[in-house]
Design a binder for this molecule. Structure first.
Ligand code: NI
Length: 360
Protein backbone atom coordinates (compact mmCIF):
# COMPACT_ATOMS: atom_id res chain seq x y z
CA UNK A 1 0.00 0.00 0.00
CA UNK A 2 2.95 2.30 0.35
CA UNK A 3 3.82 4.15 -2.74
CA UNK A 4 5.29 7.42 -3.64
CA UNK A 5 3.19 9.98 -5.31
CA UNK A 6 5.82 11.97 -7.04
CA UNK A 7 5.04 13.91 -10.13
CA UNK A 8 1.39 14.20 -9.38
CA UNK A 9 1.88 16.41 -6.37
CA UNK A 10 5.02 18.13 -7.45
CA UNK A 11 4.06 19.15 -10.92
CA UNK A 12 0.37 19.54 -10.94
CA UNK A 13 0.55 23.02 -9.51
CA UNK A 14 -3.12 22.38 -9.21
CA UNK A 15 -3.38 23.96 -5.82
CA UNK A 16 -5.32 26.90 -7.09
CA UNK A 17 -4.24 29.29 -4.37
CA UNK A 18 -7.11 31.41 -3.11
CA UNK A 19 -4.98 33.35 -0.69
CA UNK A 20 -1.48 32.01 -0.93
CA UNK A 21 1.96 33.45 -0.38
CA UNK A 22 4.81 32.88 -2.75
CA UNK A 23 8.51 33.45 -2.84
CA UNK A 24 10.88 32.57 -5.66
CA UNK A 25 14.63 32.96 -5.32
CA UNK A 26 16.80 32.24 -8.33
CA UNK A 27 20.51 32.48 -8.88
CA UNK A 28 22.83 30.78 -11.33
CA UNK A 29 23.09 27.48 -9.59
CA UNK A 30 19.90 27.30 -7.65
CA UNK A 31 16.20 27.97 -7.75
CA UNK A 32 14.05 27.99 -4.62
CA UNK A 33 10.29 28.20 -4.87
CA UNK A 34 8.22 28.47 -1.73
CA UNK A 35 4.47 28.58 -2.03
CA UNK A 36 2.19 28.16 0.94
CA UNK A 37 -1.41 28.98 1.83
CA UNK A 38 -2.39 31.85 4.08
CA UNK A 39 -5.66 31.29 5.90
CA UNK A 40 -7.99 33.36 8.09
CA UNK A 41 -6.77 31.58 11.21
CA UNK A 42 -3.58 32.61 13.00
CA UNK A 43 -3.02 29.24 14.65
CA UNK A 44 -3.31 27.45 11.34
CA UNK A 45 -0.98 29.98 9.68
CA UNK A 46 1.58 29.43 12.43
CA UNK A 47 1.45 25.70 11.87
CA UNK A 48 1.90 26.17 8.14
CA UNK A 49 4.86 28.51 8.66
CA UNK A 50 6.45 25.91 10.92
CA UNK A 51 6.16 23.38 8.14
CA UNK A 52 7.67 25.84 5.66
CA UNK A 53 10.53 26.48 8.06
CA UNK A 54 11.12 22.77 8.68
CA UNK A 55 11.31 22.28 4.93
CA UNK A 56 13.78 25.16 4.47
CA UNK A 57 15.93 23.75 7.26
CA UNK A 58 16.06 20.41 5.51
CA UNK A 59 17.44 21.77 2.23
CA UNK A 60 21.05 20.96 1.56
CA UNK A 61 23.35 23.76 0.47
CA UNK A 62 24.23 22.44 -2.92
CA UNK A 63 20.82 21.31 -4.17
CA UNK A 64 19.98 22.72 -7.60
CA UNK A 65 16.29 22.94 -7.07
CA UNK A 66 14.27 23.39 -3.90
CA UNK A 67 10.60 23.68 -3.49
CA UNK A 68 7.81 23.86 -0.95
CA UNK A 69 4.38 23.56 -2.51
CA UNK A 70 0.92 22.42 -1.69
CA UNK A 71 -2.37 21.25 -3.07
CA UNK A 72 -5.70 21.69 -1.40
CA UNK A 73 -9.11 20.13 -1.32
CA UNK A 74 -12.16 21.99 -0.05
CA UNK A 75 -15.34 20.32 1.10
CA UNK A 76 -18.07 22.15 2.98
CA UNK A 77 -16.40 23.85 5.96
CA UNK A 78 -13.18 21.91 5.68
CA UNK A 79 -9.93 22.63 3.85
CA UNK A 80 -7.34 19.94 3.49
CA UNK A 81 -3.74 20.74 2.50
CA UNK A 82 -1.05 18.38 1.33
CA UNK A 83 2.42 19.92 1.49
CA UNK A 84 5.38 18.73 -0.52
CA UNK A 85 8.92 19.62 0.37
CA UNK A 86 11.20 18.82 -2.56
CA UNK A 87 14.79 19.20 -3.53
CA UNK A 88 16.90 17.98 -6.38
CA UNK A 89 20.40 17.18 -5.33
CA UNK A 90 21.76 14.46 -7.65
CA UNK A 91 18.50 12.66 -6.90
CA UNK A 92 15.01 13.90 -6.15
CA UNK A 93 13.94 13.95 -2.55
CA UNK A 94 10.44 14.43 -1.29
CA UNK A 95 8.92 14.89 2.13
CA UNK A 96 5.22 15.14 2.69
CA UNK A 97 3.06 16.68 5.36
CA UNK A 98 -0.62 17.52 5.65
CA UNK A 99 -3.10 19.61 7.56
CA UNK A 100 -6.88 19.56 7.55
CA UNK A 101 -8.98 22.06 9.45
CA UNK A 102 -12.43 23.50 9.86
CA UNK A 103 -12.64 26.91 8.21
CA UNK A 104 -15.31 28.13 10.60
CA UNK A 105 -13.71 27.19 13.90
CA UNK A 106 -10.08 27.11 12.81
CA UNK A 107 -9.73 23.74 14.54
CA UNK A 108 -7.89 20.77 13.13
CA UNK A 109 -10.15 18.10 11.76
CA UNK A 110 -9.42 14.49 12.68
CA UNK A 111 -9.47 11.36 10.58
CA UNK A 112 -11.85 9.94 13.12
CA UNK A 113 -14.27 12.76 12.43
CA UNK A 114 -13.93 12.14 8.72
CA UNK A 115 -14.32 8.37 8.80
CA UNK A 116 -16.14 7.75 12.05
CA UNK A 117 -13.59 5.12 13.09
CA UNK A 118 -10.13 4.82 14.52
CA UNK A 119 -9.24 2.34 11.83
CA UNK A 120 -6.80 4.57 9.99
CA UNK A 121 -3.58 5.31 11.85
CA UNK A 122 -1.80 8.59 11.33
CA UNK A 123 1.10 10.47 12.83
CA UNK A 124 -0.02 13.59 14.70
CA UNK A 125 -3.37 13.37 12.95
CA UNK A 126 -1.69 14.52 9.77
CA UNK A 127 -3.78 13.66 6.73
CA UNK A 128 -5.04 14.97 3.43
CA UNK A 129 -8.18 13.83 1.70
CA UNK A 130 -10.08 14.36 -1.49
CA UNK A 131 -13.30 12.98 -2.89
CA UNK A 132 -12.16 9.35 -3.03
CA UNK A 133 -8.99 8.94 -1.04
CA UNK A 134 -7.36 9.62 2.32
CA UNK A 135 -3.60 10.28 2.15
CA UNK A 136 -1.42 9.81 5.21
CA UNK A 137 2.08 11.24 4.86
CA UNK A 138 4.93 9.26 6.43
CA UNK A 139 8.05 11.28 5.66
CA UNK A 140 8.98 10.46 2.09
CA UNK A 141 6.02 8.19 1.45
CA UNK A 142 2.29 8.54 1.46
CA UNK A 143 -0.05 5.79 2.47
CA UNK A 144 -3.47 5.91 0.87
CA UNK A 145 -6.82 4.56 1.93
CA UNK A 146 -10.06 4.54 0.01
CA UNK A 147 -12.42 7.05 1.47
CA UNK A 148 -15.45 4.92 2.07
CA UNK A 149 -16.95 6.66 5.04
CA UNK A 150 -17.24 4.07 7.73
CA UNK A 151 -20.53 5.54 8.80
CA UNK A 152 -21.76 5.58 5.24
CA UNK A 153 -23.70 2.41 5.67
CA UNK A 154 -26.53 2.96 5.93
CA UNK A 155 -25.95 6.64 6.53
CA UNK A 156 -23.89 8.27 3.87
CA UNK A 157 -23.60 11.47 5.75
CA UNK A 158 -24.34 12.45 9.30
CA UNK A 159 -23.43 16.06 9.62
CA UNK A 160 -24.44 16.54 13.17
CA UNK A 161 -28.08 17.35 12.71
CA UNK A 162 -31.04 15.17 12.17
CA UNK A 163 -33.83 16.60 10.08
CA UNK A 164 -35.84 16.86 13.26
CA UNK A 165 -33.52 19.53 14.42
CA UNK A 166 -34.39 21.52 11.35
CA UNK A 167 -38.01 21.41 12.43
CA UNK A 168 -36.88 22.64 15.79
CA UNK A 169 -37.60 19.46 17.66
CA UNK A 170 -35.14 17.48 19.73
CA UNK A 171 -32.07 16.16 17.89
CA UNK A 172 -31.62 12.40 18.08
CA UNK A 173 -28.62 10.36 19.10
CA UNK A 174 -28.18 6.61 19.40
CA UNK A 175 -26.33 4.85 22.20
CA UNK A 176 -24.99 1.48 21.06
CA UNK A 177 -23.51 -1.33 23.14
CA UNK A 178 -21.27 -4.02 21.66
CA UNK A 179 -20.02 -7.45 22.70
CA UNK A 180 -22.86 -8.39 25.06
CA UNK A 181 -25.03 -9.74 26.36
CA UNK A 182 -23.13 -9.72 29.63
CA UNK A 183 -24.69 -11.24 32.75
CA UNK A 184 -23.27 -8.65 35.08
CA UNK A 185 -23.24 -5.34 33.23
CA UNK A 186 -25.98 -5.49 30.60
CA UNK A 187 -28.79 -5.67 33.22
CA UNK A 188 -27.34 -2.60 34.96
CA UNK A 189 -27.41 -0.66 31.70
CA UNK A 190 -30.95 -1.84 30.98
CA UNK A 191 -31.96 -0.56 34.40
CA UNK A 192 -30.55 2.92 33.72
CA UNK A 193 -32.21 3.07 30.31
CA UNK A 194 -35.51 2.03 31.85
CA UNK A 195 -35.26 4.60 34.60
CA UNK A 196 -35.06 7.38 32.03
CA UNK A 197 -37.36 5.68 29.58
CA UNK A 198 -34.92 5.81 26.65
CA UNK A 199 -33.98 3.32 23.95
CA UNK A 200 -30.63 1.96 22.82
CA UNK A 201 -29.21 -0.58 20.41
CA UNK A 202 -27.35 -3.69 21.54
CA UNK A 203 -25.06 -5.38 19.01
CA UNK A 204 -24.85 -8.83 20.52
CA UNK A 205 -22.49 -11.74 19.94
CA UNK A 206 -24.57 -14.71 18.76
CA UNK A 207 -22.85 -17.45 20.77
CA UNK A 208 -23.52 -15.57 24.03
CA UNK A 209 -27.27 -15.39 23.51
CA UNK A 210 -28.32 -18.87 24.64
CA UNK A 211 -26.65 -18.52 28.04
CA UNK A 212 -28.16 -15.05 28.56
CA UNK A 213 -31.69 -15.49 27.29
CA UNK A 214 -33.18 -13.53 30.18
CA UNK A 215 -31.08 -10.49 29.35
CA UNK A 216 -32.14 -10.65 25.70
CA UNK A 217 -35.79 -11.04 26.71
CA UNK A 218 -35.51 -7.93 28.81
CA UNK A 219 -34.00 -5.98 25.91
CA UNK A 220 -36.88 -7.06 23.72
CA UNK A 221 -39.61 -6.29 26.26
CA UNK A 222 -38.06 -2.88 27.01
CA UNK A 223 -38.25 -2.02 23.31
CA UNK A 224 -34.53 -1.83 22.57
CA UNK A 225 -33.07 -2.66 19.20
CA UNK A 226 -30.86 -5.75 18.91
CA UNK A 227 -28.28 -5.90 16.16
CA UNK A 228 -25.93 -8.65 15.05
CA UNK A 229 -22.28 -8.46 16.11
CA UNK A 230 -21.58 -11.83 14.44
CA UNK A 231 -21.74 -15.24 16.14
CA UNK A 232 -18.13 -15.55 17.32
CA UNK A 233 -16.82 -11.97 17.04
CA UNK A 234 -14.44 -12.62 14.20
CA UNK A 235 -12.95 -10.11 11.78
CA UNK A 236 -15.20 -10.52 8.73
CA UNK A 237 -12.50 -9.36 6.33
CA UNK A 238 -10.49 -12.48 7.19
CA UNK A 239 -13.28 -14.97 6.49
CA UNK A 240 -14.57 -16.72 3.39
CA UNK A 241 -17.97 -15.70 2.07
CA UNK A 242 -19.65 -18.79 3.46
CA UNK A 243 -18.26 -18.12 6.93
CA UNK A 244 -19.26 -14.46 6.85
CA UNK A 245 -22.83 -15.33 5.99
CA UNK A 246 -22.90 -18.05 8.67
CA UNK A 247 -21.64 -15.66 11.34
CA UNK A 248 -24.66 -13.51 10.60
CA UNK A 249 -27.33 -16.13 9.92
CA UNK A 250 -26.51 -18.18 13.04
CA UNK A 251 -26.99 -15.10 15.21
CA UNK A 252 -30.12 -14.16 13.34
CA UNK A 253 -31.54 -17.66 13.85
CA UNK A 254 -31.01 -17.66 17.63
CA UNK A 255 -32.76 -14.31 17.88
CA UNK A 256 -35.53 -15.50 15.56
CA UNK A 257 -36.12 -18.40 17.91
CA UNK A 258 -36.75 -15.83 20.62
CA UNK A 259 -39.22 -14.00 18.42
CA UNK A 260 -36.93 -11.14 17.44
CA UNK A 261 -35.92 -10.18 13.93
CA UNK A 262 -32.51 -8.53 13.80
CA UNK A 263 -31.88 -6.48 10.70
CA UNK A 264 -28.59 -4.66 11.18
CA UNK A 265 -25.00 -5.82 11.50
CA UNK A 266 -22.10 -4.20 13.27
CA UNK A 267 -18.90 -5.81 12.02
CA UNK A 268 -16.44 -6.67 14.84
CA UNK A 269 -13.55 -4.19 15.07
CA UNK A 270 -15.46 -1.99 12.60
CA UNK A 271 -13.68 -4.10 10.02
CA UNK A 272 -15.31 -4.45 6.61
CA UNK A 273 -14.70 -3.88 2.92
CA UNK A 274 -16.70 -3.24 -0.23
CA UNK A 275 -17.06 -6.94 -0.87
CA UNK A 276 -18.68 -7.47 2.54
CA UNK A 277 -21.01 -4.55 1.97
CA UNK A 278 -22.24 -6.25 -1.21
CA UNK A 279 -22.31 -9.74 0.26
CA UNK A 280 -24.21 -8.97 3.46
CA UNK A 281 -27.75 -7.89 2.83
CA UNK A 282 -28.27 -6.21 6.19
CA UNK A 283 -26.91 -2.67 6.50
CA UNK A 284 -23.62 -2.40 8.36
CA UNK A 285 -23.86 0.12 11.16
CA UNK A 286 -20.69 1.68 12.47
CA UNK A 287 -20.44 4.70 14.76
CA UNK A 288 -19.58 8.36 14.83
CA UNK A 289 -18.20 8.57 18.38
CA UNK A 290 -15.92 5.87 19.77
CA UNK A 291 -15.78 6.20 23.55
CA UNK A 292 -12.83 3.73 23.66
CA UNK A 293 -14.31 2.54 26.95
CA UNK A 294 -12.54 -0.83 26.59
CA UNK A 295 -9.23 1.01 26.56
CA UNK A 296 -9.61 3.61 29.29
CA UNK A 297 -11.97 1.69 31.60
CA UNK A 298 -12.35 5.11 33.20
CA UNK A 299 -15.88 6.46 33.58
CA UNK A 300 -14.72 10.09 33.75
CA UNK A 301 -12.83 9.74 30.48
CA UNK A 302 -15.76 8.03 28.80
CA UNK A 303 -18.09 10.82 29.95
CA UNK A 304 -15.75 13.55 28.77
CA UNK A 305 -15.24 11.97 25.32
CA UNK A 306 -18.99 12.01 24.80
CA UNK A 307 -19.56 15.46 26.27
CA UNK A 308 -16.85 17.01 24.13
CA UNK A 309 -17.99 15.45 20.87
CA UNK A 310 -21.70 14.82 20.92
CA UNK A 311 -23.98 16.38 18.31
CA UNK A 312 -27.38 15.43 16.99
CA UNK A 313 -27.20 12.47 14.64
CA UNK A 314 -24.35 10.76 16.49
CA UNK A 315 -24.08 7.01 16.95
CA UNK A 316 -22.04 6.40 20.10
CA UNK A 317 -20.08 3.21 20.69
CA UNK A 318 -19.89 1.59 24.13
CA UNK A 319 -19.28 -1.96 25.36
CA UNK A 320 -21.61 -3.40 27.99
CA UNK A 321 -18.72 -5.24 29.59
CA UNK A 322 -17.28 -2.87 32.17
CA UNK A 323 -18.34 -1.26 35.43
CA UNK A 324 -16.75 2.00 34.19
CA UNK A 325 -19.05 1.96 31.17
CA UNK A 326 -22.09 1.44 33.41
CA UNK A 327 -20.99 4.39 35.57
CA UNK A 328 -20.46 6.57 32.51
CA UNK A 329 -23.90 5.68 31.15
CA UNK A 330 -25.41 6.53 34.52
CA UNK A 331 -24.00 10.05 34.17
CA UNK A 332 -24.47 10.46 30.44
CA UNK A 333 -28.10 9.48 30.02
CA UNK A 334 -29.53 12.25 32.25
CA UNK A 335 -26.90 14.67 30.91
CA UNK A 336 -27.83 14.04 27.28
CA UNK A 337 -31.54 14.33 28.04
CA UNK A 338 -30.91 17.65 29.81
CA UNK A 339 -28.91 18.82 26.82
CA UNK A 340 -32.03 18.30 24.75
CA UNK A 341 -31.27 15.04 22.95
CA UNK A 342 -33.68 12.23 22.25
CA UNK A 343 -31.96 8.90 22.92
CA UNK A 344 -33.25 6.45 20.35
CA UNK A 345 -32.30 3.22 18.65
CA UNK A 346 -30.15 3.31 15.52
CA UNK A 347 -33.21 2.20 13.58
CA UNK A 348 -35.12 5.29 14.68
CA UNK A 349 -32.13 7.56 14.27
CA UNK A 350 -31.87 6.77 10.61
CA UNK A 351 -35.61 6.59 9.91
CA UNK A 352 -37.10 9.67 8.27
CA UNK A 353 -33.67 11.14 8.08
CA UNK A 354 -33.95 12.76 4.71
CA UNK A 355 -32.61 16.27 5.02
CA UNK A 356 -29.11 15.71 6.34
CA UNK A 357 -28.84 11.95 6.36
CA UNK A 358 -29.02 10.18 3.04
CA UNK A 359 -29.92 6.55 3.26
CA UNK A 360 -28.38 4.09 0.84
NI1 NI B 1 -16.96 -6.05 19.33
Amino acid sequence: MYYKILLLFLLCGCGSTPYGAQEIIENNEQVTRITYPVTDHTDINDQILEKVQACRNSFSLNSQERQFSYIQYIEEDTISFLFTCYEYNITSQFTYDALTYNTKTGEEYSIQELTGTNEIPSQDNSFYYDQDTIYIPYGDTIKTYPRNNAISIPIIKVDGKSDNEVENTRPKIALTFDDGPNARYTPKILEILEKYNVEATFFVIGQQIKSHENVIKEMISDGHQIGIHTFTHRDLTKLRDKEILEEISLTKDVLNDMGYTANTVRPPYGSYNDHIVKLVKEPLVLWTIDTRDWESKDSKKIVSVVKSKVRGGDIILFHDMYESTVEAVRVLVPYLIDEGYDLVSVEKLIANCTVYCVKE
